[in-house]
Design a binder for this molecule. Structure first.
Ligand SMILES: [Zn+2]
Length: 307
């Protein structure tokens, strides 16, 4: 990592990496994600304070890891709703390393506890909701459960164990620099699959217990592959996949027009007369769309029923 950056150059490139391996002849599956650029992009877009940045970054990284276990075409969303100042954290991924997300209160921040950002404190007690949308199933698969700790990694592990019945260990971490930007973000997920025995479980537990925090590994320069090697030390592995991750939203100007059309002709005419245009901000990525009066007039002139 370079210590000096040109003020005008982007300090991060909205990029991360997800690496997936299989181990012990298919009895264990593990993924690691290095998401510093992805989380920094989210922080920059939403203007989050450090504790909110950590909560959002863990949620985004968790979504990328869980998304890495899905089949193509599946979509996954994670939502935490708590009674802490953050109120809500949300991330969704379409697989293939694309993730987007937000928190209800970007200014949520608490004093650090024992040198760590108090993510559980800003989340509070509440519920975790995981929705998996599979095109081959009519209804999305929805799991709702109480938060175990609000630390997010434990909550997602609890979801995997209880709802998907897959023994899983997850670590998620975000290191926020003194000036508020993201110094490191990373995570890993280890899952024991059919045929895993007690010896394999003990080996994984020993490895995980002996590791420093995942942000320490990332700050020391470890990549996703290095993190996986540490998590699965002593277990033979086969690489499965490696792909870039990025913060990416599906919003477009055309979708914004569609949303405005739903308001009805009278309301659109009102917006033209009253405000001389409209401004729409995407909840997921904070992209701001300024819609001119001329655009609104054109929308209103379209035949009813078209969008
Ligand atoms: Zn968006």
């Amino acid at each position: 990592m370079s210590g000096e950056q040109d003020e005008n150059a982007p300090s991060h490139l909205n990029e991360g990496t997800v690496v997936k391996v299989s181990g012990a002849a298919g009895r264990v599956r593990a993924l690691a994600a290095l998401t510093t650029g992805v989380v920094e992009e989210a922080r920059r877009r939403h203007g989050t304070y450090p504790t909110a940045t950590a909560a959002l970054g863990r949620t985004l990284t968790g979504a990328l890891l869980l998304g890495g276990t899905m089949k193509d075409e599946e979509r996954l969303s994670i939502e935490l709703v708590g009674d802490g100042p953050l109120r809500r954290a949300m991330a969704s991924t379409t697989g293939a390393g694309r993730v987007r997300g937000y928190v209800a209160n970007p200014a949520a921040h608490l004093p650090s506890k024992r040198g760590k950002l108090d993510v559980a404190g800003v989340v509070g007690s509440g519920m975790l909701c995981v929705i998996r949308t599979q095109p081959w199933n009519k209804e999305p698969y929805r799991s709702v459960m109480e938060l175990v700790s609000g630390e997010i990694a434990e909550d997602l592990a609890h979801y995997l164990v209880t709802s998907e019945q897959i023994p899983s260990a997850i670590a998620l971490g975000v290191f926020v620099n003194r000036d508020g930007d993201v110094g490191a973000a990373a995570g890993y997920l280890v899952q024991l699959l059919d045929g895993a025995d007690a010896a394999l479980l003990r080996q994984v537990e020993r490895n995980v217990a002996s590791l420093p925090p995942v942000t320490t590994l990332a700050l020391d320069g470890a990549g996703a592959t290095d993190i996986l090697a540490a998590v699965l030390a002593g277990i033979e592995t086969t690489p499965l996949e490696s792909y870039p991750a990025r913060f990416a939203c599906s919003c477009t100007r055309a979708r914004v027009h569609g949303a405005i059309l739903l308001l009805g002709r009278d309301e659109i005419a009102d917006m033209i007369a009253r405000d001389g245009g409209a401004e729409v901000t995407c909840e997921f990525c904070a992209e701001r769309y300024v819609v001119s009066a001329e655009e609104l007039e054109m929308l209103n002139a379209e035949p009813a029923g078209s969008a």
